[in-house]
Design a binder for this molecule. Sequence first.
Ligand SMILES: Cc1cc2nc3c(=O)[nH]c(=O)nc-3n(C[C@H](O)[C@H](O)[C@H](O)COP(=O)(O)OP(=O)(O)OC[C@H]3O[C@@H](n4cnc5c(N)ncnc54)[C@H](O)[C@@H]3O)c2cc1C
Length: 319
Amino acid sequence: MTQPQLPDAALGIAHVSSPVTGKIVSNETCLKGKSASFVRHTVIDISDTLLEGKCLVGQAFGVLAPGMNEKGKPHKVRLYSLACPSDGENGDGKVISTTTKREIGEYYPQKTGDDPNDHSLFLGVCSNYLCNLKPGDEVRITGPNGKRFLLPSKTEQHDYLFVATGTGIAPFRGMALELLEKNSTTSQVHLLMGAPYTTDLIYDDLFKRLEKEHKNFHYHTAISREPTLDGGPGQYVHHYLSKHINIFGQFLENPRTLLYICGLAGMQSGLFKVMAEHSIGNNYFTIREKLADIPPSDWDVNQVRKCVKITDRCMVEVY
Ligand SMILES: Cc1cc2nc3c(=O)[nH]c(=O)nc-3n(C[C@H](O)[C@H](O)[C@H](O)COP(=O)(O)OP(=O)(O)OC[C@H]3O[C@@H](n4cnc5c(N)ncnc54)[C@H](O)[C@@H]3O)c2cc1C
């Protein structure tokens, strides 16, 4: 079995107290067709700042939105995953990117005392600030953050299963480009992307192009609110994994394979249950005794959170 060795990642070079100033290069939508979501590929020039050349694919950076919160304090930093390879969008470490989704909805009570009748528009502070920025606008950035959700130092020693939902696709854009286009890897790379509707697939054209150009890259999509092509019900990523266990079972049993999961909090739970049901989880997580006697199909999200511990071959970033 090949245990992954991770590179030493620089951390916290730019603190909240002394952020660097980046400049927006572009901020284009990265969805096609009509979607209820708004997601942008936000590209930021960080040249001549402390962060230039210092961010690794898989890491995140912080964004400080201007203004104050309801307590009169500056807004807290929000993290955004890098969506580019380690040497950035242009290969020189000067321009980074992320995948920004507007947090948008109607108010609902968050704590006791909140007005249950208030259903006015809720706009997340930082995501909307970031999505509104135009080329040339300045943005305060901190980081880098994260030292575990990284590609291994010796990428050729491994094969990869990336599983994403929503903006969890951001690091996999960077990783796929890094592995396939920068390193011309011969490793096998599977990307499984989950979305409610086909129109919510982020960077869909890019991944289709990569699949066409690289025979070792396999792009899978699980659409939860549309029937499958064979007329079956919509499926989440764990349903897809289960349905195609003939492909993924063998792949996950291969000692070279690393599993990366990024996206909505809790998404790992369904995946781990399916893997445990098919007895292919052992290399990716260990199960505390308490859960050992309960059939995986009965595990609930809390039990998974408390009793399933990931190994070195599994990287999880959910939020
Ligand atoms: C490691 C990491 C990586 C991340 N990467 C990305 C990324 O690549 N792209 C991305 O878009 N995001 C990413 N995020 C999430 C991001 O950091 C922010 O949390 C997100 O953009 C929302 O921030 P906001 O300031 O817009 O929303 P906020 O103003 O912080 O609002 C969000 C909070 O408001 C509350 N809220 C939400 N909806 C309602 C409602 N209807 N009524 C009342 N209250 C509500 C909830 O408590 C919620 O936590 C990442 C997070 C982490 C931890």
